[in-house]
Design a protein around this ligand. Structure first.
Ligand code: AMP
Ligand code: GLY
Length: 421
């Protein structure tokens, strides 16, 4: 069987490694992949957002199944384009990917169907937004409607900051068209939990829960990033919380999407906050999380390809989705200066142990050498019987990944460990 995976980050590397455990899969193309993925798949230089070329390539090369991993191609209709060529896919069609593509859509969906989330107002007119912010409770949260590389959320601690954020987004265009409409949202507090769930549009099978670390600095200080590390499972996701999420959030979301004629198939990501009033949705993503995938898939004991096919074929109900009861920790190495500005082109080296445990994100081949080419460069995952050991092992093994200016947080998993104890 020949598979195609769209995307080229650490998440896609983890998906590809997991898929390769199935002996029926003979070949995997990664579009575009990256210099590290090249060891595990054939990388083809087609951008993840060039959906016509992707569909053409898949048809020409008789691809049996395609996995579309990143948000932008999903929102642009990559699954629709592949299906039009007769290729079966993992991932939602564009009409369902809108659950991530438009925050206004997802907020209105939750309101209409009574799914717990922060209270909000929508504005596309600056004066109306400024008026509202004159008396809105502070802190408040301002979100660009569309995709903004995970950066379209501003938590404003003062009224002035809130107004500035609204001005920057609606008038200043800092997020382009994505920000011309904004959601102003109630500020919630509580621990955050990421839950990725497989769904075929009827059944939902949640994966093991995880915890991301989004800020660049230790103790959650500094700027937001794409994610500096993850642990799984998340200790705040107790059995009781899980049951409430299934009854109040997961199934209602699947049913709501069906009722809207937008059946969602693939991986639905629930970004949750466990508030004093119970679990609430902070965001939906229409895809696997990054770097959540790098701790979740290594704990998957069932066959990933079989599950993916079941989401496409509508047979998830009788497909096993089993996770190990161990713990996983992933530590990201980033280029010095990320998420603002950084240099590229530094050679990356691995010990054999580190290479085996590492998913490569921002790196490309320069001849035979692997060199840095992005902000987040690698993610190294360790699995162990206890969270404490998983964290220690992830850091120990990460020492075997080297490049000039490598930066990492030193406290990945610390909060989870404290919660567990
Ligand atoms: P998002 O890009 O929607 O995941 O938002 C980025 C981060 O902003 C989240 O992980 C939260 O930490 C924070 N955030 C988003 N919405 C809220 C909210 N309503 N209240 C408090 N924090 C929020
Ligand atoms: N780790 C957050 C995301 O994938 O959006």
């Amino acid at each position: 069987m020949k598979l195609l995976v769209v995307g080229g980050g650490g998440r896609e590397h983890a998906i590809i490694r997991s898929l390769k455990k199935n002996p029926e899969i003979e070949h995997i193309y990664a579009l575009p992949g990256n210099g590290g993925i090249a060891k595990d798949a054939e990388c083809i230089n087609i951008s993840a957002t060039d959906i016509d070329k992707i569909a053409e390539f898949a048809a020409l090369n008789n691809v049996d199944y395609a996995v579309v991993a990143p948000d932008d191609p999903l929102v642009l209709g990559c699954v629709d384009a592949l299906e039009a060529k007769g290729i079966k896919c993992f991932g939602p069609r564009a009409n369902a990917a809108i659950i991530e593509g438009s925050k206004v859509f997802s907020k209105n969906l939750m309101k209409k169907y009574g799914i717990p989330t922060a209270k909000y107002e929508v504005f596309d007119n600056l004066d109306a937004a400024l008026d509202y912010l004159e008396t809105a409770p502070i802190p408040t949260v301002i979100k660009a409607d569309g995709l903004a590389l995970g950066k379209g959320v501003i938590i404003a601690e003062t009224r002035e900051d809130a107004k500035k954020a609204a001005r920057d987004m609606i008038e200043g265009g800092i997020f382009g068209a994505s920000g011309s409409r904004v959601v102003v949202e109630e500020f919630l507090t509580g621990p955050e939990v990421s839950v990725l769930a497989f769904t075929d549009g009827k059944t939902v099978k949640p994966m093991v829960s995880s915890m991301d670390h989004k800020r660049i600095g230790d103790n959650d200080e500094g700027l937001n990033t794409g994610g500096m590390g993850t642990v799984a499972p998340n200790p705040y996701y107790t059995d009781e919380v899980a049951k409430r999420c299934m009854d109040e959030i997961f199934m209602p979301t699947i049913n709501a999407m069906n009722a809207e004629g937008r059946t969602f198939k693939g991986c639905l990501y629930f970004g949750l906050m466990i508030t004093a009033d119970g679990p609430k949705v902070i965001e939906y993503n229409c895809r696997f999380g990054d770097p959540e995938t790098q701790v979740v898939l290594p704990l998957l004991e069932s066959d990933l390809y079989t599950i993916m096919r079941a989401t496409t074929d509508g047979t998830l109900d009788n497909t096993e989705v089993k996770f190990s009861d161990k713990y996983a920790c992933c530590v990201i190495l980033a280029s010095n200066g990320y998420p603002v500005s950084y240099k590229k082109g530094f050679e990356i080296t691995f010990t054999p142990e580190a290479e085996e445990h590492t998913y490569v994100a921002g790196a490309k081949l320069d001849g035979e050498k692997l060199v840095t080419s992005g902000g987040r460069v690698t993610g190294t995952t360790a699995i162990a019987d206890s969270l404490k050991t998983a964290i220690e092992e992830a850091y120990r093994i990460t020492d075997g990944v080297k490049f000039e200016g490598a930066y990492r947080r030193s406290d990945i998993g610390k909060r989870a460990l404290a919660a567990l104890n």
